[in-house]
Design a protein around this ligand. Structure first.
Ligand code: HEM
Length: 129
């Protein structure tokens, strides 16, 4: 059987408790039947609906048994080029913006400081004369 490709639209169309898909390691799982049995509760899985749950899943350190349950819930592979924002891409964007605004602000600090220094220098020399 050919592997089904699940699109971002399909993933985000199943975010309700009566039909819930989860994305883990680029594979999409239908966890609708499992959610009531989840030892960690339904809310934590609901919170990851429609996005990449890999990080949350791995942070918990799920057992091999937990991973074994996944194969029965597999629907297919996630569409590779779907523009799903992950936590890491968001961080990269923020870091770039931050660096840019930092170099901008050091110039805007320098100009008034230089003017202030010039003013005091002028006061000093004109007062001394
Ligand atoms: C969708 C696939 C998932 C499966 C098949 C699954 C399965 C399991 C299983 C079998 C356990 C019992 C402990 C273990 O064997 O590791 C467990 C515990 C737990 N899971 Fe999941 N889980 C899934 C997703 C998630 C997600 C997305 C979260 C989000 C944070 C999560 C949070 C937890 C937590 C916090 C526990 C610990 C509960 C406790 O010890 O009180 N799980 N899970």
């Amino acid at each position: 059987m050919a592997t089904k490709i699940v699109t971002l639209e399909e993933l985000q169309a199943h975010t309700k408790k009566d039909s819930l898909y989860v994305l883990l390691h680029n594979k999409v799982y239908d966890v609708t039947k499992f959610i009531d049995e989840h030892p960690g509760g339904d809310e934590v899985i609901m919170a990851e609906a429609g996005k990449d749950a890999t990080e949350a899943f791995e942070d918990v350190g799920h057992s091999d048994e937990a991973r074994g349950l996944l194969k029965d819930m597999l629907i297919g592979d996630f569409e590779q080029n779907s523009a799903l924002p992950t936590r890491s891409t968001t961080t990269t964007t923020q870091a770039t913006t931050h660096t840019a605004s930092q170099s901008g602000s050091s110039i805007s600090y320098f100009i008034p400081l230089a003017l202030l220094a010039a003013y005091f220098a002028w006061r000093f020399y004109s007062g001394a004369a």
